[in-house]
Ligand binder design. Structure first.
Ligand code: FAD
Length: 474
């Protein structure tokens, strides 16, 4: 009897524990992907763009091995039941999802199927450690990253690497849908023309190899400079499980062991992968953080309703070049550099005093790496309301951040080309440039590029004032 292999966010054949164990049964495999409404939050548009390509890549890899991806759409349990009925399968193997609603749904599905005699097995294929496996001395979840990571590294065992099976036997004549009918790629106006990505397992592997050869050796410092290609850009690949985080960590450590890069650089990279796990563990243990402040006192923050400010932020028209560059990079490519994510998020939450949930929702729709746990955790980190958060009173200065991390203006010039002829010195704050400098650079503020929509010092004072309602302190 065949085994159903339910693909979700583990779209790879190497290091895939569910696949490995399913093949080890020696029985025919039914690889299936079900397009269902995500019970935690429906996927955003950029995520669906990615999914479209990643599923096609997975299908190609399966076909090279004599198999293929079966596509179904609708309620997951109903679809699994019908697949099991159609094929006589009596086992279901899957890699677990750890978001709260998906986790609960999977448990219900397993319960239903088990009572119908189906053997259900779940594995961890997406995180360094399974949530629940890294707890403090009182068996409670960690709320601070550093001890969490220390405990994770001390306890979690890297799974032995496994390579894709050469052949996967899949029965013929199983009903499948066509991915073209799913229309996951934007149809009306195609906003994805600037998306420069190769979704799929081969793309993930190439991104990692490229990073090990070029970015890793200067990662710890270089990762803060958005004009440099120093980070891995693995985030969407990791989100969709096209590569396992252990594989990424071990290849980075391997480069250090071989003397190709200093050990500290590899450690820093592994620590960033740890933030991904930390976010997932937090969300798993504290499910309300998707829409409630982790620190409840932050629910009294006097957020402003400011549709115009929000729109200027989304469109990259705030008049603050580093903020605008980031928001335009996001819209054009579906991704934004981490340093700039922190700056734009802080600008929204503190300078504009707009609720972090508005920004989180925009990121959710536009990021190719949109990940519920990482997105929410990072937004709450910036807003000061998260578990291990930056204090709210530390307000990123969008001007000095530009001076420090984009000193020669490569990033801003790329994404805000109307300012490209402005000398470096004035680039982070064009409104301070003397009129002749602006004229020589061909910039008319208010015409080619907006005047700043707010004054930094005033906005900072307003944000600190708002904080008093949270802390009760004057
Ligand atoms: P690298 O520097 O190469 O890091 C390697 C991997 O580590 C990343 O691919 C990612 O999986 C993980 N990682 C790195 N930094 C973080 C972090 N701070 N939190 C969690 N994981 C991290 N990341 C997402 O994957 N999805 C999101 O939806 C998301 N939303 C964010 C929202 C805000 C406001 C901020 C400040 C950060 C957000 N991040 C998110 C984290 C981070 O910006 C991205 O993971 C990173 O920029 C991805 O680029 P990279 O793969 O080149 O990172």
């Amino acid at each position: 009897k065949p085994v159903v292999l339910w693909f979700r966010r583990d779209l790879r054949l190497n290091d895939n524990p569910a696949l490995y164990h399913a093949v080890a049964t020696g029985r025919p495999i039914l690889p299936v992907f079900i397009l269902d409404r995500d019970p935690d939050r429906p996927a955003g548009a950029a995520s669906l763009w990615w999914l479209d390509k990643s599923l096609r890549a997975l299908d190609d890899s399966l076909r090279e091995r004599g198999s293929r991806l079966i596509l179904r759409r609708g309620d997951s349990l109903t679809q699994l039941q019908s697949l099991i009925e159609d094929t006589g399968a009596d086992a279901l193997f899957m890699n677990r999802l750890f978001e709260p609603a998906a986790f609960a749904r999977d448990a219900e599905i397993a319960h239903e199927l088990k009572s119908a005699g189906v053997d259900c097995r779940g594995f961890n294929g997406s995180l360094l450690a399974r949530p629940g496996a890294v707890l403090n001395g009182s068996d409670a979840p960690y709320k601070v990253f550093t001890p969490f990571m220390k405990a994770l590294l001390a306890t979690a065992e890297p799974p032995p690497p496994t390579t894709a099976p050469r052949r996967i036997a899949t029965p013929d004549a199983v009903q499948t849908e066509s991915i073209d009918d799913w229309r996951l790629h934007p149809t009306r106006s195609d906003w994805s023309k600037g998306f420069d990505w190769t979704p799929g397992e081969a793309g993930a592997d190439a991104a990692l190899s490229d990073f090990l050869a070029r970015g890793l050796k200067t990662y710890a410092k270089g990762r803060d400079h958005p004009a440099l290609p120093t980070t891995s850009r693995l985030s969407p690949h990791l989100h969709w499980g096209e590569i396992s985080p252990w594989r990424a960590a071990q290849r980075a450590r391997g480069a250090a062991d071989a003397g190709a890069v200093p050990a500290g650089e590899a450690d820093k990279f592994v620590a960033e992968l740890g933030w991904r796990d930390f976010s997932a563990h937090l969300l798993h243990h504290f499910p309300t953080i998707t829409d409630r402040a982790f620190r409840p006192e932050y629910e009294s923050m006097p957020w402003r309703g400011d549709p115009e400010g929000l729109e200027a932020w989304k469109r990259g028209r705030t008049g603050y070049p580093l903020v605008d560059a980031g928001m335009r990079q996001l819209w054009t490519t579906g991704w934004m550099h981490n340093r700039v994510r922190m700056v734009v998020a802080s600008f929204l939450v503190k300078h504009l005093l707009i609720d972090w949930r508005e920004g989180e929702a925009w990121f959710w729709d536009t990021l190719v790496d949109a990940d519920l746990a990482s997105n929410v955790q990072n937004w709450q980190w910036v807003a000061g309301s998260g578990a291990d958060a930056a204090p709210y009173f530390r307000i990123f200065n969008p001007i000095t951040q530009g001076e420090k991390f984009d000193a020669t203006g490569g990033y801003v010039r790329r994404w805000v080309p109307e300012l490209r002829r402005l000398p470096d010195r004035w680039l982070p704050s064009p409104w301070t440039a003397p009129p002749e400098v602006l004229r020589d650079a061909g910039v008319r503020l208010g015409k080619h590029y907006p005047h700043p929509i707010l004054d930094h010092a005033q906005a900072r004072a307003r944000a600190l004032d708002a904080l008093k309602t949270v802390t009760g302190r004057d």
